[in-house]
Design a protein around this ligand. Structure first.
Ligand code: SRM
Ligand code: SF4
Length: 571
């Protein structure tokens, strides 16, 4: 018998042949004889911050009418820590009318996405983004993605240290290729690709996307442990002592494929402040050389760590770093502070956290979020931060302006912290239909009616103000991090969802699947059983996920079986 050596995936061949991400991107975008791009350019465009797709709402009708799909592009910004200025916001707001679908979409990784851009607009659009001193380079693709840290603009030494590290890592891992400038900004070859180098990534870049987040136990609002690399600083008061580096978080799965699984990062080592950038580089190189380049479904760092074990991971990391590493320090319980509403920043100024349902900035019925936000930002020119739970923080506000700002929001019918329930606040939904090519079911578009149902049910059982994180996605890829919430609702087939329960609010425990295909219309009935049981059995202050973890998922399933007997979705 001969050993079969697996071939690298096609994506690897495309990267290798691309001359550091150039390929035919520019040529194909300039071809106005059609509105699409080839499969190879589709792969390369990701590194430039864009996904090519089509409008899924109209695809079937158009096919019946013998028409082509309506092709369009999504564009994502890279915005470390979710930070942008008022001027940049206002330009993005203009650009979404000029080139996209008139909405800005805050993502679960603290940045903006734009949807429905047509091919001929791609070059002027990305150029205009860069003219506003923002970028889309490496917002997607097999590279280090947007780096997350808490959006809270607290002015103390601790937050400054975290922010400085975030920016240092973002700079360190930015791709070095000039392709981006050539294609989107200068429009000509300024560097010979033969002489170029990617010192960290090499010609093949990484086997897959790579995500980094920094959290400290008192603020894990970025769900750090779901990242390939989670960095946890330890402070003594305001003095930094060092960092735990935790490897191998990641959430994407395929339904019914047990060899794909969500995983939380494992603490591997404790490192000194001066070593954190080199150790992070060592982690990225470990994944670069050991991630599975033959199968993209198996290519994330989580599989390298899980399959080789902690000892191997630690030893291999030491060999890349070049020095022995210390054991990780024990970590305390994580917390997730509420960044919405008014908060004093520590320098006499204030920030206001504004809830944006599913991060979609648009005028919706009486709630004119886009117009109201624009007006407030135009008037007060404050700095802004986007959060990992799809909200926006308006920063550096003078106490004297607080009342007028609230009045402006009220005038536009915008719901603020005090106008929404806890479950509204902590319910994340991914984009899903109609733009996401992977969506099996709806998420963002059905979120608000579902929240309204949930609120009624929770109120009926007297648990409306309990903190419960619900995360809903249109497919099992996990973009709204459904496997770490108290409750995960994951698209299974059109209109049907798999249900996961028993994670924790703090993002440190995975939940468990209990149901496979619940129709959307049956979700309220299911929640009614969940919350009746929870209200009766919970301890004071106990979250839903913690309750389920204590009583066991079998107990919840038994409740469902006795109260929804005969329901097809229980089988
Ligand atoms: Fe995601 C792919 C949207 C955060 C795991 N994600 C996609 C694509 C690009 C669909 C595609 O590949 O064709 C989605 C674009 C939809 C659209 O129409 O806009 C998409 N992901 C999003 C966003 C916008 C969700 C949101 O509602 O905010 C988030 C953008 C983040 C950003 O700004 O960079 C987003 N995606 C996540 C997260 C959460 C996180 O990173 O904290 C995850 C889970 C963590 C992880 O990476 O494991 C996530 N997205 C995935 C996966 C599964 C990856 C895997 O290892 O299996 C895919 C599919 C893929 O990569 O092949 C995916
Ligand atoms: Fe699309 Fe699935 Fe991600 Fe939702 S979870 S945005 S449906 S890839």
């Amino acid at each position: 018998m001969t050993d079969t050596v697996k071939k690298p995936s096609h994506a690897e061949e495309i990267k290798l042949a691309s001359r550091y991400l150039r390929g035919d991107v520019s040529k194909e975008l300039d071809d106005t004889s059609n509105d699409y791009v080839s499969d190879d350019v589709y792969e390369l465009l990701k590194f430039h911050g864009s996904y090519f797709g089509y409008d899924r709402d109209t695809a079937t009708e158009r096919k019946k009418a013998g028409l082509e799909k309506h092709h369009e592009f999504m564009v994502r910004l890279r915005m470390p820590g979710g930070q942008l200025t008022a001027k940049q916001y206002l330009i993005m707001d203009d650009l979404c009318d000029q080139f996209a679908n008139g909405t800005l979409r805050i993502t679960t990784r603290e940045t903006f996405q734009f949807h429905c851009i047509v091919k001929k607009n791609m070059k002027p659009f990305i150029k205009a983004i860069n003219e506003a001193l923002l970028s889309t380079l490496s917002a997607c693709g097999d590279v280090v993605r947007n780096i997350l840290w808490t959006s809270a603009p607290i002015k103390d030494a601790k937050h400054k240290i975290i922010e400085d590290l975030g920016y240092a890592l973002a700079k360190h891992f930015a791709p070095q290729t000039h392709a981006y400038h050539e294609i989107w900004i200068d429009g000509e070859n300024i560097v010979d690709p033969e002489t170029e180098e990617e010192p960290i990534y090499g010609t093949l870049y990484l086997p897959r996307k790579f995500k980094i987040a920094i959290a400290e136990p008192l603020d894990n609002s970025v769900d750090a442990m779901t990242n390939d690399l989670a960095i946890i600083p330890f402070f003594n008061g305001q003095t930094l002592e060092g960092y735990n580096v935790c490897l191998g978080g990641g959430l994407g799965i395929t339904h019914n494929k047990p060899d794909t699984y969500p995983r939380l990062a494992t603490p591997i080592a404790y490192v000194k402040p001066e070593d954190i950038v080199s150790v992070s580089e060592a982690v990225v190189k470990l994944q670069r050389d050991n991630g599975d380049r033959t199968n993209r479904k198996h290519a994330r760092l989580k599989y390298v760590v899980e399959e080789n074990g902690i000892e191997w991971t630690r030893k291999t990391l030491e060999s890349y770093f070049g020095k022995p590493l210390q054991d990780p320090r024990p970590m305390g319980k994580f917390d997730i502070p509420d960044h919405l509403g008014w908060h004093e920043q520590g320098d006499g100024k204030w920030w206001l956290g504004v809830p944006i349902s599913s991060g979609r900035i648009l005028d919706r019925d009486d709630e004119r979020i886009r117009t109201g936000l624009r007006k407030v930002i135009q008037t007060y020119r404050m700095d802004l931060r986007l959060t990992a739970d799809q909200n926006i923080l308006l920063c550096n506000i003078d106490a004297a302006d607080k009342a007028d700002i609230i009045a402006l929001f009220k005038e536009h019918g915008i719901k603020l912290r005090e106008d929404i329930s806890a479950v509204y606040r902590d319910f994340l939904a991914c984009v899903a239909l109609p733009t996401c090519g992977k969506a099996l079911a709806e998420a963002e578009r059905v979120k608000l009616p579902l929240v309204a149902d949930l609120e009624k049910i929770m109120e009926k059982h007297g648990v409306l103000q309990e903190k419960i994180a619900v995360r809903m996605t249109g497919c099992p890829n996990g973009c709204a991090r459904p496997y770490v919430g108290d409750i995960g609702i994951v698209g299974r087939t059109p209109d049907h969802y798999a249900i996961y329960i028993g994670g924790d609010f703090e993002g440190t425990r995975l939940n468990t699947k209990i149901l496979d295909r619940v129709p959307f219309s049956e979700l309220p009935r299911m929640f009614d059983v969940f919350f009746a049981d929870y209200a009766q059995g919970k301890l004071s202050g106990e979250g839903y996920g913690d309750y389920v973890h204590r009583v066991g998922t079998d107990h919840v399933v038994t409740q469902l079986q006795s109260q929804c007997a005969g329901a097809v979705w229980l089988k």
